[in-house]
Write a protein that binds this ligand. Sequence first.
Ligand SMILES: CC(C)(COP(=O)(O)OP(=O)(O)OC[C@H]1O[C@@H](n2cnc3c(N)ncnc32)[C@H](O)[C@@H]1OP(=O)(O)O)[C@@H](O)C(=O)NCCC(=O)NCCS
Length: 239
Amino acid sequence: MPGMVPVLCGPLIESLFSDPVITLAATPEMWSGTLLPEEEGCLSPRAVPKRRREFTAGRVCARTALLRLGVRDFPIVAGPDRAPVWPPGVVGSLSHCGDYCGVALARRGAIAGVGLDVERARPLQGRVVEIICTEAERRKLDALPDLSSGLWAMIVFSAKESTYKCYHPLMKTFLDFHDVEIDLTPEDSSFTARVLKARGTDGGPAAPGIRTLRGRFAWNNAYVFAGVTLTAPELPDAG
Ligand SMILES: CC(C)(COP(=O)(O)OP(=O)(O)OC[C@H]1O[C@@H](n2cnc3c(N)ncnc32)[C@H](O)[C@@H]1OP(=O)(O)O)[C@@H](O)C(=O)NCCC(=O)NCCS
């Protein structure tokens, strides 16, 4: 959008992950950067300017972050499930929302997967909360202190989106909002995501595989952030 000034929020995204996961928030120039030809091919010719800008910010930001892993000019195409196809040996996740875009990346090894999500910091209300949160989650949210319960629900939403972004590239199965339960720990801004069930590509039940994922959340006046890190020992067939 002309005149829009992208925000950086660097420290918030950094607080979601620990070494060796690296994070980067897109700078204003990245939103109008240049796509590699293979990336351009992933964008519909009919893409509206907003979609072109956010897709470009994600790709340029991710390629810039990849330089820190020693990877240069690797085109980040979109897979059939829309998930970014990272260079061999790299796991990552990206998110854009409004005027914010960020990425989280790591070498595959100790880290098996990451998920990043950013949402506008607006309270969720009524029926939407019921769609996102299970009854058990709603009961827990009502008991949480010092924040409108609608914003806690948005944090749960973001935690679920970040969980899905870590989970789906590894398991290739789908999760509905009530398939996952989030336990927030406000004291240290962390959460646990418990995968209760999963769906296969035919919509039928599938083995969840990964049962538990751990993450952190953060927020400011504008955005809610959630990040999940899955370590190699947490993979179902590990150890
Ligand atoms: C895929 C999804 C999580 C994206 O989240 P979003 O809040 O709409 O948008 P974000 O900007 O945060 O993320 C979009 C980016 O996620 C990445 N992404 C898309 N599909 C993905 C997938 N299947 N796995 C991992 N990452 C994916 C892409 O990089 C995409 O950006 P790009 O198209 O510019 O490359 C969401 O659209 C979706 O499909 N949700 C349904 C599944 C779900 O969340 N279930 C709840 C489980 S508990």
